[in-house]
Write a protein that binds this ligand. Sequence first.
Ligand code: CP
Ligand code: NVA
Length: 324
Amino acid sequence: MIPPAHAAARDFGPVHPALAGASVLSLMEHSPEAVTAVLESASVLAHTPRRAWPQLLSGRMIALIFERPSTRTRVSFEVGISHLGGHALVLAGRDMQMGRGETIEDTALVLSRMVDAIVLRTGAHETLEELDAHATVPVINSLSYAHHPCQALADALTLRQRFGALSGLRVAYVGDGNNCCASLMVVGALTGMQVVAACPAGYEPDPEVVAWCQRMGQGTGGGARVTDDAYAAVTDAHGIYTDTWISMGDEDQADRRRRDLDPYRVDAELVAAAAPDAVVLHCLPAHHGEEITYEVLHGPRSAVWDQAENRIYAQASLLGHILA
Ligand code: CP
Ligand code: NVA
């Protein structure tokens, strides 16, 4: 009989020591080696029947707090945690005392006595930073207005599945330079991908994130660049990525955003300007006819359904490294 620890190693790969007990707020706090280890294990899990996954989270309780709506993030975390033998507690922020004024600090201290990790979807990124500052268990960002690192891990896993390796890939992000754009740039810089964001003036990604990616890219071969020319960005790209023009929190600017971002739609004409093997990515939910046309989203170049499924493997892997 294979001892359980060895069986786990066979079905998961080596746990990266720097991730043990660590929080993940943006991935900018982690190394290329740690992120590569997460992607390696995610790939192993993706190839292992879920019922046969190592029980790395046995006896572990993970709080999933949602202050914003979610379909993929909630379901993929719950499914992944269950298949690794752990238990997820799904909590709606509005039903918690936090929703009626209990402080983040007090919430962090109480939850740290009760669960092994806290996954939070919120608006202000500072809320995650505050939770992490006071929690004594790992905190994972499952979307803030600034970053969506769990999504980026699934994005990278999808490109790795399609192209075999990430180093040297070029990805064009077209549209609003939002949380998904920032996190794609970060994961690209950590894994050797060049990410070019094509955004209209006023919708560029955070310049501090872009500068961080450029510095990180000097060591990994990756990098980040911003342009306003979507056609130039997709030329020679292996991936074309887009996301909603109206993120959660942007609803009051919907009309202006639809008008300003209209030239940045991912349609068949734009996809035709990319390499013939380029794949189309979208974190979902999509808005047909706005940032992407139905025919592209559901067409032969679309990798978005794999990308959505990969949320399970990327997050299960991440939790395995953090809590195993
Ligand atoms: N992509 C993503 O995070 O989807 P949900 O908002 O449905 O979780
Ligand atoms: N940029 C989007 C992503 C949704 C998964 C938002 O923040 O609403």
